[in-house]
Write a new protein. Sequence first.
Length: 562
Amino acid sequence: MAARLVLSLEGLRTFLDTDVSRTVVIAINLGFLFHVTILRNVEVENFMYQLLEVLSLATGGLVFAYHIVGFSIVGALTRVAIIVFSFNSGLFLSIVIYRLFFHRLHKFPGPKGAKISRFYSAIIAAKEVKYFKEVDRMHEKYGDFIRTGPRELCIVRKSAVPLIYGPNSECLKSTWYMQVDSNYKKCSIHMTRDFDNHKSRRRAWDRGFSIRALNTYEPRIKAKVDQFVTQLSKSKGPLDGTAWSMYLAFDVMGEVGFSKDFGSVASGTEHPAIKGVHEHMNILGIMSHVPWLLNLLSCIPFATAGYTGFFGWCASEIKTKQKDYDPNQYPQDIITWLLKSFLEKDASASSSAEALHEDSRVVIIAGSETTATTLAAILYYLALQPAVLAKLQSQVDALMPIPSSWTYEKMKSITYIDDIINETLRLKPALLTGGYRVTPPQGIQVDEQFIPGDTNVFVPVQQIHTDKRYWKQANEFVPERFGERREEMGTEGAPFVPFSLGAYSCPGKNLAMISLRIAISRLAQQLDISFAPGETGETFDKEAKDTFTTTLPPVMLRFTQR
């Protein structure tokens, strides 16, 4: 036995004591081989943890092996560092050559950096958090089909919308949605990539947004909007329309999401969780371009300090709701609907406690951030175009001449309100870049261009909503294009996807529309809206940030009693 051990050690010593230059060549070739035989053939984002674990174990094992055959610790570390560097050099060189010259997308135009690595778009996004402007620049330079990642295409064609997002689309969610975990049982409904899991869980969400449920939310939304209008009417000077829109949207989310008043409108101050939402979305706007890295960082202590407080607050709200849950009472808010399915182990329930907590964050972010963005943009446009506000006010006054005559049913008959909302969503969508999908194995055909299978694709919402090929007066605010001038302006058939389409469309669309309709009609009925002295709205119009959802800068407005 001892003799065999000695022979084994001698053999190991002979192998490890190979000339450094030969070791470097072997390591480089192994890097090439590893890429060609393994990495090219798998969705590598699914295995980043395992790959890093193997690399760490292999590195540690090599250091130990070199040490036991006689190398000093420093010598062993030096030799292994050379091997690791050589292996990674071979691996990286193989990846670069393949992605530039042999990848199935190599013929599609785009920045070379984007073709090589997802870090390219992350770096671009980090500069100003305005990736949608980079997409616009690339569209002008490269055309309608742009390679924006190693296996990602941006497609600016109307015909691509139903193929990628429509109800009959075979495209599923892409690796962009792996930011939380590759295991769908730990993800929110928004982040799960498993189609069947999404489909079953969607039923619980749809119950929370049913007609009956919406009818229970409507009076609470109106009460909160009335409080909002009262606060604005009391103002002695200019107010930030962006901030106040967030106060209202956050409080409405509290009412319909948790049956709780978070008090932002009453206090006129930012709830601590709002700051958490913004911090979380700012990180997402950059790190989501490398989703596996965001996932990895979430496991490192202190790496996610920017939004752990927000996550903790969400968790505490869920625990409170769970403690107060009454199975005999008809649910009065969205979270209770989700809790009901979870506690009753319904097939539509969140897949785990972790998934339920993730779902609570979806309620908070999607229920406040997106509605706030749209309301702030509407206030901006009403201040920018007094004629639009005057037309809206005349229609509201004709049906509801005094505030006490307001009813939701009467208000719904004023179609101009929806025209204003839709035109705002066209020009300033709540999602600037859009949802990311992956093509089916057989690929898809978009007009004259074939898109290979297993390709990540997206249609940029901001670009497709303002494309002059599909929209007349594309960059102008013309609400009538969705109403009486619909035929004249060719609106029918134009690409319009503010809430996405198909199986992954926004479940809260109807709630968002109810909130916006009530807010706009009550504001128009009671207040005049204008820019504050010195405010032109130019910064608001030009300086939006792409944080997955749209983040808008301040806009100072005056609200005066009619």
